[in-house]
Design a protein around this ligand. Structure first.
Ligand code: ZN
Length: 235
């Protein structure tokens, strides 16, 4: 596996990409006042929370939710597994619009969840966890959705070294995904992630959670067809 990662390709018009999700409806506002789009799709099967764009600069994850939106959600459809789907294509619109990992307050949202091991650090750090656990509006929205929707499986799209990072009892889901895309299944990404969604939901609450690290640097035009099978295997 290559240790040298390419940079994520940037969208040429991120405002237009974000606005394209508007038909989903607005769930809330980011720290910077941008809309967080999303929708709950009815179903009788498992409740699945499907999130992209926690890190706004990891555009591969947003290319994937864009492809999923265009194929399914735009027409108010979802894959035919009967699952009840809560879809949030870009949780961190500030970061996406500014090509940044962080929200408008400089916070890494994947370090801001109120885990037992939440760790305070300094503004300006790459993993800045915020002034307090769950200080950010995006985190508060996510917590509210976890409480109300009670997902039985969470899939969160990022980009890095290609892997299905399993948090909590999500191995069966990871194996289904790997049957469509031969990425490594990992439990340990090599460093602790206090305040992450995977720690909060997966490890602390035993909600099966997969942090899907799409290969960073994949051309955005190729992302959806690369990951589609893996997504449809579990959504
Ligand atoms: Zn990430």
């Amino acid at each position: 596996m290559a240790e040298e990662l390419k940079a994520s390709e940037k969208f040429s018009a991120p405002h237009a990409v974000l606005a394209n999700f508007a038909p989903l409806g607005v769930l809330g506002k980011s720290a910077g006042g941008a809309p967080i789009y999303g929708r709950r799709f009815a179903g009788t099967g498992k409740r699945i929370l499907f999130i992209g764009g926690v890190h706004g600069n990891e555009t591969e994850g947003i290319a994937a939710t864009q492809g999923f939106f265009d194929e399914f959600a735009a027409a108010d459809k979802k894959p035919q597994h009967g699952s009840e789907l809560f879809f949030i294509p870009v949780l961190n619109p500030d970061g996406f619009l500014n090509a940044s990992r962080h929200n408008a307050n400089g916070v890494d949202l994947n370090r801001n969840m109120p885990t037992r091991d939440w760790l305070k650090n300094e503004p300006g750090e790459k993993y800045y966890s915020g002034p307090a656990a769950a200080s950010e509006s995006e985190s508060q929205l996510l917590l509210q959705i976890l409480d109300d929707f009670k997902p039985e499986f969470i899939l969160s799209l990022h980009s890095w070294k290609p892997m299905f990072n399993v948090n909590g009892p999500a191995h069966a889901y990871a194996r289904k995904m790997r049957s469509a895309l031969p990425y490594e299944i990992t439990e340990d990404i090599g460093y602790p992630t206090p305040g992450s969604l995977g720690t909060y939901a997966g490890f602390e609450r035993e909600i099966p959670t997969i942090t899907f690290e799409i290969e960073r640097g994949l051309p955005l035009a190729d992302v959806y067809r690369t990951v589609r099978g893996a997504l449809l295997a579990v959504l």
